[in-house]
Write a protein that binds this ligand. Structure first.
Ligand SMILES: O=C(O)CCC(=O)C(=O)O
Length: 251
């Protein structure tokens, strides 16, 4: 699904967008399914605006994560054996105080060996600077693994309130990943990225999907073991002792 230019641009910049996945009608259906889940679970600014691994119980999220067009886009980047490593929905409601501090997805915490992971960010809502789209620093995937330090501000949606140190000059080069609902972006696990607060009157909801190639292993002392439960979406996973993996949840 990626053109040769897009593959090259991913190699140079560490991210690529937009990928046109769903048309307006299909994107609206997905948004309505999220709206229904949001209403059923009473999700709002007032409670934790983040849901992990809901592709395991929500068929519509599974279908996005397993979409062949995303896998086609990933294959030239990470090879033919592709695992769904984990997912998270990150929602910022209108005038939300939450943000995501500068970071890389690969860190000493997830201990991926070798450190190879790509994230797809699917726009459930249209995203732009006003509602807090993701911002990526071009070529930062060549910087290697940065440290993270405790942060003090409130509203950081990273699992811990931490941030990587990024100079103002580098921050100024960040590119806004603006997407319409139904589009997605891909970013490399070392790409430094963040997102600002939603200052608009529109919701900003994104489905964040992590993929790894099947040769990746995870360190033994890792806090959240995701490798044992990673789902094969394409090709094969020959990891010794691998448990059976999940399948599409019922509608
Ligand atoms: O959705 C966001 O604002 C941040 C997403 C993110 O950090 C990620 O995709 O790894």
């Amino acid at each position: 699904m990626l053109t040769a230019e897009q593959v090259e641009s991913f190699g140079l910049a560490g991210f690529v967008f937009p990928l046109d996945l769903y048309d307006q009608r299909e994107a609206a259906i997905i948004r309505r399914k999220w709206d229904a889940l949001e209403a059923a679970e009473g999700l709002s600014n007032a409670n934790r605006p983040s849901l992990y691994n809901r592709h395991l119980d929500q068929a519509f999220l599974w279908d996005i994560a397993a979409d062949q067009r995303i896998l086609d886009a990933l294959e030239p980047l990470i090879g033919p054996d592709i695992l769904l490593f984990g997912s998270r929905v990150i929602c910022k409601w209108p005038h939300d105080n939450s943000f995501v501090a500068w970071h890389q997805d690969l860190s000493v915490r997830n201990q991926l060996i070798p450190p190879v992971q790509i994230t797809a960010w699917y726009a459930i809502d249209g995203v732009d600077d006003d509602n807090g789209c993701v911002r990526c620093i071009p070529a930062s995937h060549h910087w290697g693994m940065l440290g993270r330090s405790p942060a003090t501000g409130e509203g950081n949606l990273l699992r811990r309130n931490e941030a990587s140190a990024v100079s103002k000059a580098d921050q100024a080069t960040a590119q806004s990943v603006r997407l319409r609902a139904g589009q997605a972006s891909l970013h490399h696990g070392f790409t430094v990225h963040s997102s600002n607060r939603n200052t608009s009157s529109r919701r900003r909801c994104g489905f964040v999907i992590r993929y790894v190639p099947a040769h990746v292993r995870q360190g033994r002392s890792v806090e959240f073991n995701q490798r044992d439960t990673a789902v094969v979406l394409r090709g094969r996973d020959d990891m010794p002792g691998k448990k059976p993996t999940a399948t599409r949840p019922p509608e």
